[in-house]
Structures are given as C-alpha cells and as structure tokens.
Design a protein around this ligand. Structure first.
Ligand SMILES: *Cc1c(COP(=O)(O)O)cnc(C)c1O
Length: 355
C-alpha cells in the first residue's frame, strides 16, 4: 500500500454510555449498536479527521452519489472475548485487503492500514466492555465506506466517509438450511462486481430470495450467469462441498472471496484433505447426492461460520443430503474454529488479532 502514514486518532468518549440498558442474554442481530464508532473523511485527495466518536446519525447531502449510484462498500468481521477477558478479532487483515479490492473496483480511494487496522484497534479498545462474554456470543464489526459528494453526475465522488460501527451479537446456532438452485436470476457475471462487497450486490438478492422463500427454501444457490450450470454461492455465504474425499469450493471473480472460506480451505489442506478450488456443476452435485459421493455441503461465512445444507432443490426436484451428525469435516472445522477464536486452544497460524 502506498500510504504508509500513521494517523492520529482523536477519541471523543460518550457522555452517557448505553451499556447498562443492554440485555446481553437476549441480543437480536444488528439491533443495538455499541457506544462509539470510528469515522474518517476523504476530501481533496487525502484522508483526514480520523476519530472515535459517540455512535449517532450522519448528516448527508441528498444528491450524494452513494444514494443514487451505489458507490458504497462494506465488510463484516467478528471480535471475541476469551475467558480471561482478552479481546481478539479474527483475521481482520484479510478484511482490510478485501475492502481495498472492493474500493478499487468501485473507483473509491483505498483505506490505509493506519486508519482501517489502527482505527479498529482504537475503537475496540474504547468499547472493550461491549464485547459479550457468554458462550458463543461475539461483537459484530461493520466497516463501510460511501461516496458523499453532493453532485448529480455519474463520476467518481470527490469525497467519502469511512466508518466502523459494532454491535454485540448472541450465540449463533444455525439450523441446517435448504437451498433452491437459481436458474433464472443472476447475482454476478464475469467481469462484474461479484467479488466485491458492495451494497448493490445485496439489494439485487432480495427479490429472488423472497421467491425462493415462497417456494419453501431458506436461501438461493446462485449459479453462473452464462448457463446457470455451475454453482457459485449460498445467499450471502460461500459454498463448500465434500465430494469423495476432496473438499471443494467454487472459485472465480463472480464469487466473494470469504475469509471463512479461505480459512476452512487452509485448514482442510493442513489436516491432509485434498482441497480444490474449481467449478462445481449442478449436475455433479445432484448426481453426487444420489450416489453418495457428496457427503457434506455447507455455507461458510463470518455470521455463522458453518451452516450445514440439508436439502437442495433443482428444477422441481429435491435432493436430500446425509444427516448432519455424520459430517466429519464440517463439524470438525466448526468445533476447531470455535475453540481457536475464543482462545481455548493455541493459535498456530496467528489468526487471532489481540486488542
Ligand atoms: C461476506 C460474504 C461472504 C462470506 O465472507 P466472510 O469473509 O467469510 O464473512 C460470502 N459471500 C458473500 C456474497 C458475502 O457478502
């Protein structure tokens, strides 16, 4: 990264913490935000005013381009509290790298390490007591950036806001999900923006997802835009399969390169499995489910880590996967990551970023 500056981060503590009003035994995802947020602004070709301030409203110009043309990107990260009170974030450097790939694709300025990573550290230090400590809980961390220039013209904005907000989230036990293979709507095409975590990728998924829900499926299994023959993602999480003895995940620029997916593929390799990133056709899956070669299928993402897939619907037919209890690899990976992120076992890979 070209910008190696360090930035001074001003801290303006809240006068009235909301912490005592929070019922930590009953947390609804994304409903209650922590006391503070990090905010930085980009103007005149430079980042300025990096500050941790009380969480609150933004004032925006009605003609700002994020609202009209969607120059807006985000990240999702989780922080955990160990039994001894240590606060740790899981692989945030990978989110920082991905954030800047998204920024580049949407013609937005990159956010330097001195703002993204140091900002994260400062913010979590100030809001340390917002990281919940009960089994399975975490602090969800949402960095985002949007174009703020008030000018109705389709051109890159001259000014941007980068911010990080956080919220405590409850234990996430995800039930196995059913997926409908989508053969009409498309999430991403080659050369498009599928690999970037930009706002528009999520708005476009809402309607087709509702149609899948109406048909009794939890989520969509997206397929390629050209032929609808190859599977890509499960809603807003990556897909991983065990076919024969190989752990396989789809790849390419139409797929969001998840930190969880990367982590799980790295573990598969370290544990001696064959691990491949390649195209997976719907045919390979449905045939493999029928003849037993597909023994595991799950969605991978920061929200739930591993969400087992129980059923896949394709062209009016349902394909049932084997019972979750017998899924050796996905259960092992989930258990290992749970222990690692809460500091219950040592961290041989340096994935825990201690605050
Ligand atoms: C965020 C996201 C993922 C998962 O990425 P993680 O870094 O593992 O959380 C997968 N697919 C889509 C479309 C996403 O937005």
């Amino acid at each position: 990264m070209s910008d190696t500056n360090t930035y001074s981060i001003r801290v303006e503590p809240t006068k009235e913490s909301r912490l005592s009003q929070v019922d930590f035994s009953n947390l609804k995802f994304g409903a209650i935000m922590s006391d503070h947020m990090l905010v930085a602004t980009y103007d005149d070709g430079a980042w300025q005013d990096v500050a941790v301030v009380p969480y609150g409203d933004f004032t925006v110009n009605p003609s700002m381009s994020a609202l009209h043309y969607g120059q807006a990107i985000f990240e999702g990260i989780k922080g955990y509290k160990f039994a001894d009170g240590t606060v740790s974030i899981f692989r945030p450097d990978k989110n920082w790298e991905r954030f800047n790939k998204s920024a580049k694709r949407l013609q937005m300025p990159e956010v330097p390490e001195g703002i993204f990573m140091d900002g994260l550290k400062t913010l979590l230090d100030v809001d340390r007591s917002w990281v919940p400590s009960q089994e399975g809980t975490s602090l969800y961390i949402r960095p985002f950036m949007f174009a703020t220039e008030g000018a109705l013209g389709v051109h890159p904005s001259k000014s941007y806001t980068f911010a990080i907000i956080t919220c405590p989230v409850g234990a996430y036990y995800s039930k196995p999900i059913s997926l409908k293979v989508e053969t009409y709507y498309t999430r991403a095409a080659e050369g498009g923006v599928g690999f970037s975590k930009n706002a528009g990728n999520y708005a476009l998924s809402l309607y087709p997802t509702q149609l899948a829900n109406d048909e009794g499926y939890d989520q969509i299994m997206w397929t390629d835009a050209n032929e609808h023959k190859y599977v890509e993602e499960a809603g807003t999480a990556n897909l991983i399969f065990r076919i024969g003895d190989t752990i396989i995940t789809p790849h390419g620029d139409t797929i969001l390169h998840g930190v969880t997916r990367r982590t799980i593929m790295e573990l598969a390799e370290k544990w001696g499995y064959k691990a491949e990133q390649r195209k997976v056709s719907v045919q390979e899956l449905t045939d493999g489910i029928k003849d037993g070669r597909v023994s595991e299928a799950f969605a991978a993402g920061t929200a739930a880590t591993v969400t087992h897939i129980s059923r896949i619907g394709y062209e009016g037919q349902d394909y049932e996967l084997p019972p979750v209890e017998g899924r050796e690899f996905s259960n092992k990976v989930l258990d290992y990551l749970n222990q690692l992120r809460y500091g219950k076992i040592n961290d041989p890979f340096g994935w825990n970023f201690i605050i």
